[in-house]
Design a protein around this ligand. Structure first.
Ligand SMILES: Cc1cc2nc3c(=O)[nH]c(=O)nc-3n(C[C@H](O)[C@H](O)[C@H](O)COP(=O)(O)OP(=O)(O)OC[C@H]3O[C@@H](n4cnc5c(N)ncnc54)[C@H](O)[C@@H]3O)c2cc1C
Length: 486
């Protein structure tokens, strides 16, 4: 059966992609959403998965389920590897299956990844916080550090294991540091026999001179003091110059011109600094001549389209337009704007005015019952800001089921000492290194996503060999040692 409706392809199931697709619900179009994960990820709560408050399912519902009732939308899994603006096609891959999807209109909402400012090798020892994989790896590393400290023989080893460093004092870094401090000082304090978890050091460091720069000096100072009251050491003007398994090297700018180098011994490091837009921006830039900024974000027209390509919209974290911040509301409003423009075109209506972002404010939690919020000129802090944070995050969590269980888990974590989601597996902690070993010791897959193909091919070959051997065993064929790949 052929469908004569206009074909809209949406890349990404994050805030931009999902809200754009939902806004096309009643349009006379056929929507195909292509994303490399099968879920819609609520990134602002990743830190709660990493610190055992929420489960991954609560912040990452399946996109397919969210869109199940939207009959004009289809979801396909795949990593987009090419966009051909002339041929109007998007090529995506999952394992080694390639799919080419033609489009009449395209919305690109592939978001951003972690940036290590040219030092991708840091990722091995200091995971970022961009995906469910990252959050679960960090959960394993954080809770695992307490477990290993309980077994450690020397004071020095215990101290290394009980030192947690969070790099980046933006909202994610502040939230992570606050939660790790709460784990050490409150949640875990009665669970161990040999170590005193309250001896843990939680260090938040940043090259900037204040905590939460986008919130302004006053709220930054409130957050800084509140963190210190909760036992977090805040080190500002501190640049990370190297990271290894056992710690990191930091260079401090001391007021005047003096620079001081210091080593911090810490097994657990979290990288919450720096973002790099999806590499798809580069592909689009090369085909249109649109420039990219330092974070790889592409310059778009005021109506979010690409120069010379009114049929292609780019939204969310990937765009450089009027200094818009990389926040969820920019992506949501951009996705809805692009969808409305497509609806208008289908109906023959005139175009909208240029995209204008409506800033609804920003907030960051510091710990339970403590947050800061900036809404227009209104500056809030303490418990009032925290309740506002709670209500807003609950409202934006997708799906009734998720809201309900998140609320129960928040009650458990904030009212009692409990944390429901402390389980972690060895694979979560060591998965990254295992994959690197499999790849023949390549330094970092983060910088070379294409390398995953080689790893996958090797895994598939191993699986095929295993299946063959199992089959032979079942059929009673004698197995020679040479037939097993060591
Ligand atoms: C830890 C953390 C905390 C945050 N906290 C806040 C906060 O408190 N408030 C706030 O407003 N903002 C916050 N943000 C920022 C906010 O989450 C982003 O601005 C928002 O998610 C951007 O939406 P997006 O649609 O552009 O990208 P994303 O939501 O990142 O979605 C990108 C989508 O594209 C998919 N994708 C990427 N590359 C490909 C590819 N090649 N092929 C196919 N699919 C692809 C991804 O799988 C994903 O589905 C936070 C971000 C992080 C990481």
């Amino acid at each position: 059966m052929t469908d004569s409706r206009q074909r809209v392809v949406v890349i990404g199931s994050g805030f931009g992609g999902l809200f754009a697709t939902q806004a096309l619900r009643r349009a006379d179009v056929e929507v195909t959403m292509i994303a490399k994960t099968s879920h819609h990820l609520f990134q602002p709560l990743l830190y709660q998965v990493a610190t055992g408050i929420l489960s991954q399912g609560e912040i990452a519902p399946p996109t397919r389920e969210i869109l199940a009732r939207q009959e004009n939308a289809r979801v396909i899994l795949g990593e987009v590897t090419a966009i051909d603006l002339e041929a109007h096609t998007v090529t995506s891959q999952v394992l080694r299956r390639e799919t080419v999807t033609p489009y009449d209109s395209l919305i690109v909402a592939a978001g951003a990844g972690q940036s290590y400012f040219g030092n991708d090798q840091f990722a091995r020892y200091a995971p970022g916080m961009k995906s469910i994989d990252d959050a679960l790896e960090l959960r394993g590393r954080i809770f695992g550090a307490f477990e290993m400290a309980e077994l450690a023989e020397t004071e020095e080893e215990i101290q290394q294991l009980l030192t947690f460093v969070v790099v980046g004092a933006g909202p994610t870094g502040v939230e992570m540091a606050g939660q790790i401090a709460e784990l050490a000082h409150r949640t875990l304090r009665k669970d161990f026999r040999r170590i005193n978890t309250r001896d843990a050091r939680v260090i938040l460091l940043d090259a900037a001179t204040q905590v939460l720069p986008p919130f302004g000096a006053k709220l930054g100072e409130v957050a800084h003091k509140s963190l210190e009251r909760r036992g977090v050491e805040v080190l500002l003007g501190a640049m990370v110059t190297d990271v290894d398994e056992r710690g990191l090297e930091v260079r401090f700018k001391d007021g005047t011109d003096g620079l001081r180098q210091q080593r911090i011994d810490a097994i657990t490091k979290v990288w919450a600094a720096g973002v790099a837009a999806s590499p798809l921006g580069k592909t689009l830039g090369e085909q249109t001549g649109a420039p990219l900024d330092r974070a790889g974000r592409i310059a778009v027209n005021p109506d979010l389209t690409l120069p010379g390509h009114p049929e292609v919209f780019v939204v969310g974290d990937m765009i450089a337009l009027d200094n818009l911040p990389g926040v969820a509301q920019v992506a949501i409003q951009g996705g809805k704007y692009a969808a409305k423009e497509i609806r208008n075109r289908v109906k023959g209506k005139p175009s909208q005015k240029p995209f204008r972002y409506f800033d609804k404010g920003s907030m960051a939690t510091i710990s339970r019952f403590s947050a800061v919020a900036l809404i227009g000129k209104l500056k809030l802090s303490g418990i009032l800001a925290w309740f506002l944070w709670l209500v807003i995050h609950l409202a934006y969590l997708t799906g009734f089921k998720n809201r309900f269980t998140a609320l129960v888990h928040w009650a458990v974590s904030f009212v009692t000492r409990g944390r429901q989601e402390r389980a972690f597996t060895e694979q979560q902690i060591f998965g990254r290194q295992a994959v690197e070993r499999l790849d023949g010791g390549a330094s970092s897959l983060v910088s070379r996503p294409g390398e995953w193909d080689a790893v996958r091919a090797r895994l598939e070959a191993n699986a095929a060999e295993e299946a063959r051997l199992t089959d032979e065993r079942r059929r009673g064929v004698p197995i020679s040692s040479e037939s097993v790949d060591p």
